[in-house]
Design a protein around this ligand. Structure first.
Ligand code: SME
Length: 161
């Protein structure tokens, strides 16, 4: 397994996704444990992009429960339909929030968060978890992130969830 990842600091976000995605694929392909892989994906994304918070919530019964993440302490449980994460779960679509203060019901885990993207992890037609990314900058997350993160989420082998 690779001990580190490499990327060209200062390149565009699109270029960074192109550089890190094959490395994530290699990183998780040799490991069957879901938690280990989600932990490393969180680490790669935070290292490459410097996001405030990157992590996963996993569907457990009727709630999202905090999974592996990198960043400040976060809330542990989110109900379906609540906050950005619960909205991505209930709609089964990627949600981009350019300004978290303008999103009704946004759950503020960190007061430093200014914008957010949540990508649902869908397997066999069901949302089984979400990838959540928070930025400390307004308007920081765009369709480029949606495309890049959806591709990464598609690499996750989730049968063991
Ligand atoms: N802001 C999220 C809650 C999770 S934290 O950002 C880590 C939401 O509104 O669902």
């Amino acid at each position: 397994m690779a001990e580190s990842i490499s990327f060209t600091a200062g390149s565009s976000r699109e270029q960074l996704y192109a550089e890190i995605t094959p490395q994530i694929e290699a990183l998780i392909s040799d490991e069957a444990d879901l938690i280990a892989n989600l932990a490393n994906i969180s680490a790669v994304l935070r290292e490459a992009f410097g996001f405030l918070w990157v992590g996963f919530y996993l569907v457990r019964d009727d709630e999202l429960v905090l999974g592996p993440f990198q960043g400040p302490v976060a809330c542990t449980r989110i109900a379906k339909g609540k906050g950005v994460c619960g909205h991505a779960w209930s709609t089964a679509t990627t949600v981009i929030v350019p300004d978290v203060d303008a999103f009704p019901g946004h759950i503020a885990c960190s007061s430093a968060s200014r914008s957010e993207i949540v990508v649902p992890i869908i397997r066999r037609g069901e949302v089984v978890g979400v990838l959540d990314v928070d930025s400390d900058k307004l308007n920081d997350l765009t369709a480029i992130d949606a495309a890049g993160l959806e591709k990464i989420v598609g690499l996750i082998e989730i049968d063991s969830i």
